[in-house]
Design a protein around this ligand. Sequence first.
Ligand SMILES: [Zn+2]
Length: 475
Amino acid sequence: MNFEPVIGLEVHAQLKTNTKIFCACSTSFGAPPNTHTCPVCLGMPGVLPVLNKKVVEYTLRMALATNCDIAGESRFARKNYFYPDLPKGYQISQYELPIAEHGFVDVEVNGNLHRIGITRIHMEEDAGKLGHDPQRPVSMVDFNRTGVPLIEIVSEPDIRSPEEAGAYLRQLRSIVRYLAICDGNLEEGSFRCDANVSIRPQGSQALGTRTELKNLNSFKHVEKSLQYEIGRQKEVLLDGGQTIQETRLWDPDKNKTTSMRGKEEAHDYRYFPDPDLLPLVIEDSWIQNVKKILPELPDAKKKRFMAQYRLPSYDAELLTSDRELADYFENCVGIFPRPKQVSNWVMGALLGLLNTQGKSIDESPVSPENLARLLALVEDGVISGKIAKTVFDEMAQTGKPAKQIVEAKGLVQITDTDALEDVVSNIISDHPKEVEAYKNGKTKLLGFFVGQVMKETKGKANPKLVNEILKGQLG
Ligand SMILES: [Zn+2]
């Protein structure tokens, strides 16, 4: 029997506001424990929350970027549960009336476009953080994170494979980063994902019993845990068993999920509207103003890159996955208007370099101007493509412009025909055996001779010219 996976994702994105959602405490990361707290975020009796307007504006940006309907009136609700990192005994979230609903994003997997529905986006506060002392039998709690603003983006169960889940998640991350509302850092937990997954017989419309996967702090973990879980559920069903609704934890070391607890139902949280906060009314003029400042989004930019620069879909997708990377590319093309050549260098040498050094594009040791001018030197025949890589590595280390490196190191390409004729005739007279073999039909040896010339000229000979001269002299 063939089974079809049904996957939905719940993504929490931490908003990059300076202050918390309901008080003026700082949201900055890494401060000593419990220094960014006040009576409001510590949940003292008698205090009142005041909504941070920036949180609403950032949420509106995301709602518009994901094609959601925005509620003219929404409400905050209390989600009640007891845990030591939650001082009030409830989390302020949104429940029945979220700020945004019915959106979608389009993702591309293996050249096919899939539309993933977004059920809702709502605002909520984060909880604190528990720390466990390995030396002593105690746990400690840090409330700095309590009240840091989050949005939760809940997808429809429209996702049909782990690859599609990964593509959707990358797309969302790309959008929040374009909108400058969240840094999208999975490892540090500012962009988190839980996955709901069930399987059903191919062709069936009914939904199977789903499990919820937690602890997915990288794209790789999301895809691998889903693969594992789909396989596990298949085995259970094919053995005649039944899957149960539960929360399972992904263990990246053992590559498996283990049962954590039975899944709570919404009614376990006893939601009710928060009486301390007024209904949130959003006027249309505010929505229109936010619309005006939305940047060009990844999808639109990708389409433009394909049309304007005639780039293949693969190049356009990669270059627009990050706003700064797209800007870098466009800055280069502004100076050196050969888009495909720029794209090859950015995707190859540049991303390779940044990857090795663990740097982001805005920390690139090679500026777009320097890369563009290097490519112009190749285009003008001043240096060979091979030497260009050497110059690039040198630029990465010193930050100097290409021209300066080329001049200082004497790397200018040899295009002087007479000089190359001499080098070639010396090499031919030094290798009589190879010359004879070549003349007897072993034409593959041409590569050997080119290699010798390049060695002799330290890679500076113009390869096209070398080929011509060699063929001429070898007859
Ligand atoms: Zn506070």
